[in-house]
Design a protein around this ligand. Structure first.
Ligand SMILES: Nc1ncnc2c1ncn2[C@@H]1O[C@H](COP(=O)(O)OP(=O)(O)OP(=O)(O)O)[C@@H](O)[C@H]1O
Length: 263
């Protein structure tokens, strides 16, 4: 079966200088790819490049057999939703207004919402439990609430693929689990394909079909959760040299040796 999303020799970076080279990703429809790796490794840079917010340094990205570079903004927005929280200009917008901008690919020039658009907005807000705060100023809600509003915006866009940069970073444990459940539901019912970065390794392990491990400047490994979480690989990826994950005692001893808790 041909891949729904594919990158060929993709190099990404800034001002023409490659940061990560030769990134090869292949995803079937409905698959979930998660990127993990240390701070500053390049996860957001890859996601921004896939979302066309950064120009590729080299290579090609295909979506549904078409080159991303040959797709118009409108065509792309009807297939791909992106969630980068910091990007939106939201002065004087309620949470509902922000979610409703997800319908722009369908509303024509004046942005007037039809009944169908309003229904999609309402359903998406219900799905991630932000209906109660729909009339609040988006700039005055918590970071976790913002993350859920932005997820609702992406969902009501009815995309085939969604690109999410650390979508769970501000969510409490209940909403982290709900996020996973929403993503599972969308992939099962609608065949949604997902590419995201996560710092919560335990979430990455249970939700992903494929995991891409980014180290400083290169793709260290790509594989299934079973392949990635075997043996000592994760410790090496994050430059942790000791067996600190094997019980609380070892963890506390490791933290002590980091130097902050010396007696
Ligand atoms: N606009 C920019 N111009 C030049 N370099 C940048 C720019 N934005 C980020 N970088 C650099 O690119 C590198 C990768 O950053 P990126 O944000 O992609 O990492 P990340 O893996 O998403 O990190 P984190 O886990 O901390 O979010 C870093 O060294 C960063 O300083």
């Amino acid at each position: 079966m041909e891949y729904y999303f594919k990158t060929e020799q993709m190099s990404v970076g800034y001002q023409g200088k490659p940061l990560i080279q030769d990134i090869e990703i292949g995803l079937h429809k409905g698959e979930i790819l998660t990127m993990i790796g240390p701070n500053g490794a390049g996860k957001s840079t890859i996601l921004k490049s896939i979302a066309k917010q950064l120009k590729l340094i080299q290579g090609v990205v295909y979506l549904d057999k078409k080159e991303l570079n040959h797709m118009s903004g409108l065509e792309l927005s009807q297939k791909m939703a992106v969630v980068f929280t910091e990007k939106m200009k939201t002065e004087l917008m309620t949470c509902e207004d922000v979610v409703a901008t997800g319908r722009y690919p369908y509303t024509g020039h004046f942005g007037i919402l039809s009944k169908e658009d309003h229904d999609a907005v309402r359903e998406a807000m219900e799905l991630v439990h932000v209906t109660e705060i729909r009339n609040q100023d988006f700039t005055k809600i918590s970071d976790g609430q913002k993350q859920r509003v932005m997820l609702a915006r992406a969902i009501c866009q009815e995309p085939e693929i969604v690109i999410l940069d650390e979508p769970t970073s501000f969510l409490d444990v209940k909403y982290k689990l709900e996020f996973l459940s929403v993503v599972q539901e969308l992939r099962i019912k609608k065949g949604l394909t997902v590419i995201m970065s996560l710092h919560e390794l335990e979430l990455a392990k249970i939700i992903s079909d494929k995991i891409l491990c980014i180290k400083e400047g290169y793709v260290e490994r790509c594989g299934t959760p079973e392949e990635i979480f075997e043996s000592d690989f994760i410790k090496r990826l994050f430059h942790i040299n000791e067996d600190c994950f094997e019980g609380n005692e070892k963890l506390l001893a490791y933290i002590g040796r980091l130097g902050r808790y010396e007696e």
